[in-house]
Design a protein around this ligand. Structure first.
Ligand SMILES: N[C@@H](CCC(=O)N[C@@H](CS)C(=O)NCC(=O)O)C(=O)O
Length: 205
């Protein structure tokens, strides 16, 4: 019986996608509530005016990282060791910072300037961050070894965005110089829960 709901916009990415994947990987039966219309009407009723929102037993929480940490702690998908948990929370926060920085760059509308700022981001900030993620990752497997944690999913979903090539002037190969980042992406993409989620949605990863 479905007892909880994850509300997010209707696309296979973004901050809600890693929460959906985490719930699915944890085996939690949840309502996948996808907002297709009527967001302005629903926005005021959310905790911080944004999605994702996780609702259970009449209570709601946001933001994406808080939702992930809750799902992770409740389902053995977040480290029990406090230092390691904090390290992985820092990685999730770095992904969130990355999203905010890219969103700011995406606000540039002038075509010529848009190309300049996006190429500069790909050659500069994204390479620097790629190095930093690389330094956090093992040579193979997941962040914590053999078990999939929620932070793995957060990193995977943002990498999936870049690898899709959906950002004009940012090559889909922008993180290809980082072998651990690539190995991590492939490990998560081949995890049975991730495979079964996207197979059910008809999405190729
Ligand atoms: N740090 C927040 C950011 C939430 C956020 O910016 N959500 C976007 C979608 S990814 C949103 O709801 N945008 C619509 C709006 O702000 O009205 C989180 O991780 O939940």
């Amino acid at each position: 019986m479905t007892t909880c709901t994850l509300t997010y916009f209707d696309f296979h990415g973004g901050r809600g996608e890693d929460c959906r994947l985490a719930l699915h990987a944890a085996g939690v039966d949840f309502e996948d509530d996808r907002v297709r219309s009527g967001w302005p009407e629903r926005k005021p009723g959310t905790p911080f005016g944004a999605l994702p929102v996780f609702t259970r037993d009449g209570r709601s929480i946001s933001d994406g990282n808080a939702i992930l940490a809750l799902i992770g702690r409740e389902n053995g998908m977040h480290p029990a060791d406090l230092w390691e948990a904090a390290r992985q929370e820092a990685i999730m926060a770095a992904v969130e910072d990355l999203r905010h920085k890219v969103e700011r760059v995406m606000e540039e509308k002038d075509p010529a300037q848009r190309k300049i700022v996006r190429e500069a981001m790909a050659a500069g900030m994204l390479q620097d961050l790629g190095q930093r993620f690389e330094a956090q990752l093992p040579a193979t497997g997941f962040l914590g070894g053999d078990a999939l944690f929620v932070a793995d999913l957060k990193l995977f979903v943002v990498m999936k965005w870049f690898r899709s090539g959906g950002l004009d002037h940012v090559p889909a190969t922008v993180f290809d110089n980082f072998p651990r980042l690539t190995a991590h992406y492939n490990a998560v993409a081949h995890h049975p829960a991730v495979v079964s989620w996207y197979a059910a949605k008809g999405v190729t990863v």
